[in-house]
Each structure stands twice: as C-alpha cells, then as structure tokens.
Design a protein around this ligand. Structure first.
Ligand code: NAG
Ligand code: CU
Length: 252
C-alpha cells in the first residue's frame, strides 16, 4: 500500500516536472465557465466530477498519428477504443467565441493550434466517432509572417487563452469540438510531431442551416506525409503549412 502510494507520487512528480506539457483546464464562453478534465485530480475524486471534456490520460502527447489516440488524446491504454464520452455538455450559441485556457505550456513546444468540430448523429454523451470521417476544421493558427508561433508566442501573449468562434451559421445540434496544439520541436522527421488534442462536448444553439460537406477522420487526417507534420522549426524560417483541410466558415 505504502509502496504503491510512493510509486504514484514519484510518477506524478516526474510527469509534472520533467514532461510539463499541457492540456485545456478551463472553457469559457460569455458568462459560462467549465472546468476541463483534470487528469491528475479527477480520477482520484469520489464522486468523479462531471466534465464536458472527454478523459485524457495526462499532459503528454500522441506521436503515432495512426492511433485512435490522436482523436481525443487517449484512451487506448485504458481499454476504450477512441475516446470515452463525457457525461455532460456545454451549451454555446453559434457565432459565439469560446476561450480555451491551457495549463503552462513549454516555450520550446512551438507549433500550430487547430480546432475541428464533428456533429453527433445522436446523443453526444454516448457517441464515439471511431474512424469515421466526421471532422471539419473551424479555426487554425500557425506561424505569422514575422515568425511568431500560435504556440507558444501567441498563447503566452494571451495568458494561455486560445479563443475561436463557432461558425455563426452552423446548424444547431450536438458537436464535439476537437482542439489541439501540435508541438514541432522534434518534428524534423516522422514520428516527431507531438499532438496534444482534447475533445469538448457542446450543444450548439441558433437558427443556422449550414453544414460542411467534406470531412476528415482522426486517425486519418494526419500522417508523416501531411504538409506541416514534418517541419524543421530550427532550420526552416519560411512559411509553415498548417496540417489538415481548409477552415470551414459556413459562408461567414
Ligand atoms: C485559467 O484557468 C485557471 C484554473 O482555473 C485559472 O486559475 C486562471 O485564472 C485561468 N486564466 C485566465 C486568464 O482566466
Ligand atoms: Cu513536451
């Protein structure tokens, strides 16, 4: 008993001090504020807190982009194929801004911040997209022409808050927001890029009627040959091609 507690303490010390990467700890839109899934606290609480974010195993990355883990950051090591649905969801209006509050992010971990959504065909608290092509990109931020990276330059400049807008004309319904940072400090070859995704469950309200017509899957959207997955951030001072499809704005 003592041994396993000590072991757990050592493991979490290593995880937080040596590999201090990050995850989304809070989601805010207007006056609504939700705590994210906290991988170093929530599993030890009884009763487990109800979150709008699907479980993640920790603050580490996914590097094998062929794994289902690249969808919502886990949970194949927990025996779940794909992500485990969370018990609740947020309600946000189409067109509203959503602010995602990241924990401390290492400044070496430069790269793009990308956000996708997927429309749930049924109850989002039970839906698992698996390998289906259901995802469309709603926001992306890479490297500015003067060399500033979305992570970590722009993230630092905004107190670790990344804000994106739900497409104003998006048809109401239940959606997963898949939000990620791709850290490129080791991305000079594949595998190397580190994907830090998480999935947030929302009910989108409004009177829009727009839906995208082309979709990607996770895994599937990214591989070692996708532009922007292999990129030498130390040597290549040129433009950075953000991985994945074009942003869908819903005609707005
Ligand atoms: C981000 O979330 C943390 C934890 O809830 C909070 O302490 C911090 O103030 C938030 N940051 C901002 C800029 O709101
Ligand atoms: Cu790291």
């Amino acid at each position: 008993m003592f041994k396993s507690l000590l072991f757990t303490a050592i493991i979490s010390a290593v995880v937080t001090t040596v590999y201090g990467h990050g995850y989304v700890q809070e989601i805010v839109s207007g006056s609504a504020k939700y705590t994210g899934y906290l991988p170093y606290q929530d599993p030890y609480m009884n009763p487990a807190p109800q979150r709008i974010v699907r479980k993640i195993p920790g603050n580490g990355p996914v590097e094998d982009l062929s794994l289902i883990d690249v969808q919502c950051n886990g949970w194949s090591q927990g025996g779940v194929v794909g992500s485990a649905p969370a018990p609740i969801f947020a309600t946000f209006a189409a067109g509203s801004s959503v602010s995602l509050n990241w924990t401390t992010w290492p400044d070496s971990h430069v790269g793009p911040v990308i956000t996708y959504m997927a429309r749930a065909p049924s109850d989002i608290t039970k839906w698992n997209p698996g390998n289906s092509a259901v995802w469309f990109k709603v926001a992306e931020s890479g490297k500015t022409s003067d060399g500033k990276w979305a992570a970590s330059d722009l993230l630092y400049a905004s107190n670790h808050i990344y804000t994106f807008r739900i497409p104003p004309r998006l048809q109401p319904g239940q959606y997963i927001i898949r939000h990620e940072i791709i850290a490129l400090h080791s991305a000079y070859s594949y595998p190397g890029a580190q994907v830090y995704p998480s999935c947030i469950q929302v009910q989108v309200t409004g009177s829009g009627t727009a839906l995208p017509t082309s979709f990607v899957s996770f895994p599937g959207a990214y591989s070692g040959s996708t532009p922007g997955i292999v990129f030498d951030v130390y040597q290549n001072k040129g433009a950075y091609p953000i991985p994945g499809p074009a942003v869908w704005t819903g005609g707005n």
